[in-house]
Design a protein around this ligand. Structure first.
Ligand SMILES: Cc1cc2nc3c(=O)[nH]c(=O)nc-3n(C[C@H](O)[C@H](O)[C@H](O)COP(=O)(O)OP(=O)(O)OC[C@H]3O[C@@H](n4cnc5c(N)ncnc54)[C@H](O)[C@@H]3O)c2cc1C
Length: 385
């Protein structure tokens, strides 16, 4: 019997587990393959919904489901956090047991490093967790005048367009409340652009000028002066705010560091095509956990999950794994209440920003519901097979 273990049951991990469950249905039934998912959280979150909570486009309750509900038949769920992974001995340790595996897929995502910026936790808001989004929504409801800074502490972070979406939504939110002229909106970014691609940066800067949104680019946040309500950059430059919405610094999961399998930021180094962890043909990492130069996005995690599940199936069937990842990913980017664009890219294609439309906005809202049956648990996959 071959054991396939997936560590982390978020977007990428669940997608990989479900694709494997469908593709190896008979092997699992016949006892030739055992499929295990190690996930400590009882809830599976749809994280793009966190930003939407702030603007009442989604309710907090609709951004998560019980982990068991998103898993296909044939997956054995271990409801424990992994504490160490030994790639040489092929063992995953939790606080209660050691799990041996033949194949492993690491999908433990990214974590937030609030300690890296003194004052960040106490002095600013963010929409990078469900609780943070609810608090921010309440703070905005009581905000009637002043300066709001929406910013990013450092690169990389999840969903590159999300902070841009936030400024566009704030613009429409305050317009709707009839107090836009009393609120200054500023976008702060660590790079000298609004986005890691010059073309998209230029497009959004043009949109900023039409919507009276200010920008403070190349501002590398060092600390937050909580008492004075000021953001301080690496050169001591200060930027005042009345309310700051800051994407916290991201780093890899502590499990990766504890297991000695990450770079100094805790990201897992993988081959950009095969997604193999160097020196371990039976070990893969996907999604936000890797150090790949691609967006930390659910679409990327899902595309990688399909490649990795194909490679494992090919290997289980005694074939040479041939499927490779092409770097593709995309995001529907909200540009206002009622408009959105779509950004797509791959290893060979620079990011493309499609013209804004209501259709993309509609698609984004529809996808909030479709996610559960299409990406997390792709029911059609089961029907087609
Ligand atoms: C505000 C916001 C907006 C976003 N918008 C978009 C968007 O529009 N489009 C898009 O494509 N992406 C978007 N994303 C990004 C997307 O949500 C992530 O890129 C995606 O969830 C990554 O999937 P993952 O499986 O790598 O990590 P996650 O989904 O974060 O899952 C990691 C899982 O690992 C588990 N875990 C952690 N440690 C352990 C351990 N030791 N043992 C076992 N399990 C463990 C966690 O509990 C978690 O369930 C957004 C994210 C945010 C925060």
């Amino acid at each position: 019997m071959k054991t396939i273990a997936i560590v982390g049951g978020g977007s990428g991990g669940v997608s990989a587990a479900n694709h494997l469950a469908y593709k190896l249905k008979s092997e699992i039934k016949e006892g030739k393959v055992k499929l295990i998912l190690v996930e400590g959280s009882t809830k599976h979150y749809y994280q793009p919904g966190f930003l939407e909570i702030v603007f009442d486009l989604m309710s907090p309750q609709s951004t998560y489901k019980n982990e068991k509900r998103v898993l296909a038949d044939g997956i054995a769920l271990v409801e424990e956090y992994a504490t160490r992974i030994d790639l040489d001995k092929q063992i995953i340790a939790t606080e209660k047991q050691n799990i041996s595996y033949d194949y492993i897929v690491i999908a433990t995502g990214a974590s937030y490093d609030y300690e890296a910026v003194p004052g960040l936790k106490d002095g600013t808001h963010n929409f990078y967790s469900m609780e943070g989004a609810i608090e921010l929504k309440n703070a905005l409801n009581h905000f009637n005048a002043g300066k709001i800074v929406v910013g990013v502490a450092s690169m990389p972070y999840k969903c590159t367009p999300a902070p841009l979406e936030a400024v566009f939504l704030l613009n429409d939110y305050f317009t709707k409340r009839g107090i836009r002229d009393k609120v200054e909106i500023e976008y702060m970014y660590p790079m000298p652009m609004t986005f890691p691609d010059k073309g998209i940066s230029d497009i959004t800067l043009d949109m900023f000028s039409k919507k009276d949104i200010k920008s403070n680019l190349g501002f590398q946040l060092k600390s937050v002066d909580v008492e004075k309500h000021e953001l301080v950059d690496q050169n001591g430059k200060r930027s005042a705010f009345d309310l700051a919405i800051i994407t916290p610094p991201h780093k890899g999961n502590k499990l990766i560091q504890n297991s000695g399998i990450g770079d100094k930021m805790g990201w897992v180094t993988v081959d950009n095509l095969t997604l193999n962890i160097k020196g371990h043909e039976n070990a893969y990492a996907i999604g936000d956990s890797t150090n790949l130069q691609v967006s930390k996005a659910g679409s990327v995690a899902d595309a990688e999950a399909i490649v990795v599940s194909d490679r494992i199936v090919q290997s289980v069937n005694g074939e040479n794994p041939v499927s490779v990842y092409d770097g593709s990913g995309g995001a529907l980017m909200i540009t206002g209440l009622g408009t959105a664009s779509m950004i797509t890219s791959s290893y060979t294609q620079k990011p493309v920003f499609m013209p804004e439309s209501y259709s993309f906005y509609w698609l984004k809202l529809i996808y909030n519901n479709v996610y559960w049956n299409m990406t997390a648990k792709p029911v059609l996959n089961g029907v087609i097979q």
